[in-house]
Design a protein around this ligand. Sequence first.
Ligand SMILES: [Zn+2]
Length: 289
Amino acid sequence: MKLLKLLGGIFLFLSLISFSFAENKALVLQEMTWTDIQEYLKNNDMVIIPLGSTEQHGPHLPLGSDFFEAFEISKLISSRTGVVVAPILMVGYSEYHSGFPGTLSVKPQTMEQVIFECVEMLIKYGFRRILFFNYHGGNNIVQENVIHRINHNTPAIAVSIGHGSPIQKAENGEFFDWHGGLNETSIMLYLKPKLVKMERAKKPEIHFTPQMKKLRELAKENPDIIYVWNSLFGVPEKTGKGGASYELSSNGIWSLSDPRLATRERGIEKVHKMVEKAVKFIETWKKVK
Ligand SMILES: [Zn+2]
């Protein structure tokens, strides 16, 4: 077991070195000129669109965490694959976080419409493969809908490669560490360390409703029932289900873990796994014209 851990550590270290040496500059649409795009389209028709949010992330992480995560991870993927990244929105669907100030939100239909109209522009110029890198659970429904709309109404093909994508199969990590907890704090310590206020990180008091507690009990015998448990979270206060952010959590963090235990190394490992899966997927897809 110790040897396995050691080997794993060495592998991670080596892949990080090759990571930083092999890395080219990420291509970001807003940093390019129209002639750059014209050149790019002669050899490539792929574009990565990051989807994130501007919403409370506890007392220690910036409101833009999900946007930064989606954008920075997309850039890491771009630097490995040469695919251009085109951010469209810094906001997502986050209404249920609005019990904490600073959170911005657009309705799922609004978000879908804005993204679809921008994708129509990209298609006009010759982009044909649209890859969404989402990093906010609340956007999954938008991502699904816009992908379907693109695939069924335009000559382009759209897929997801981030949160909510079949290529990023969830690993069995901590139970309930969804938002601003150990993992996300670790990821931000890697991607945007200057914006993390570790001295303010604090374990939240989590308030599960009696219904949630009962479902958790039942899940010990039938794990499938956790599906219902999951659907009670991240719903606006007006639904009366007790699943809005401030109803669930004393400080906005949704986790039973302790964010004070977060480390940059843990963040590197998490991010690197996601990047690897996306890079492998893109390189394989490049072989099909
Ligand atoms: Zn987040």
